[in-house]
Write a new protein. Structure first.
Length: 153
């Protein structure tokens, strides 16, 4: 009598079913996480603007040498360091947009107007950001939405 040896291991079909199940579970987990990451970056943007506001709005609006205009914070920092040397240590920790900001282009903006008013703003990622006193809409920004967080003085 001849015995047939039983094969050990998984068949191709079993492996494909397991891979498909893992793929579905991964998709279910990854989709909510991407939304959470965007909300976390928006929270960081808001916190950064509050910190920058404390620096730039200490008593009155900072008036840049270039006059009334819309400035990236990165381009204002060298001027601030010359006028206020105490900001030199802060410059090395200059906040930038967590998604696409760089050392030279922070994507945090400061607007100074001829009437002496000023504002700090950043483009938010979350299109579903609830409207509020600091949330504005405008043209589509660098993060792909038309939602901005703004602090005015």
């Amino acid at each position: 009598m001849m015995r047939v040896a039983k094969q050990k291991g998984f068949t191709l079909i079993e492996l494909l079913v397991v891979i498909a199940i893992v793929g579905v579970i991964a998709a279910i987990v990854i989709i909510p996480l991407s939304s959470a990451r965007g909300k976390a970056r928006d929270a960081k943007r808001k916190r950064d603007l509050v910190t920058l506001g404390q620096v730039l709005y200490s008593s009155e609006c900072y008036k840049p040498d270039g006059g009334a205009a819309d400035y990236d914070i990165g381009s204002l920092m060298p001027e601030l360091i010359i006028k206020y040397p105490q900001y030199a240590s802060y410059a090395q920790y200059l906040p930038k947009d967590p998604k696409n900001g760089t050392e030279t282009q922070t994507n945090y903006h400061y607007v100074y107007q001829t009437d002496g008013h000023c504002a700090l703003y950043a483009n938010l990622e979350n299109q579903d950001e609830p409207a509020g006193p600091y949330i504005k809409t405008g043209a589509q920004g660098w993060n792909g939405t038309n939602i901005y967080y703004e602090i005015r003085k």
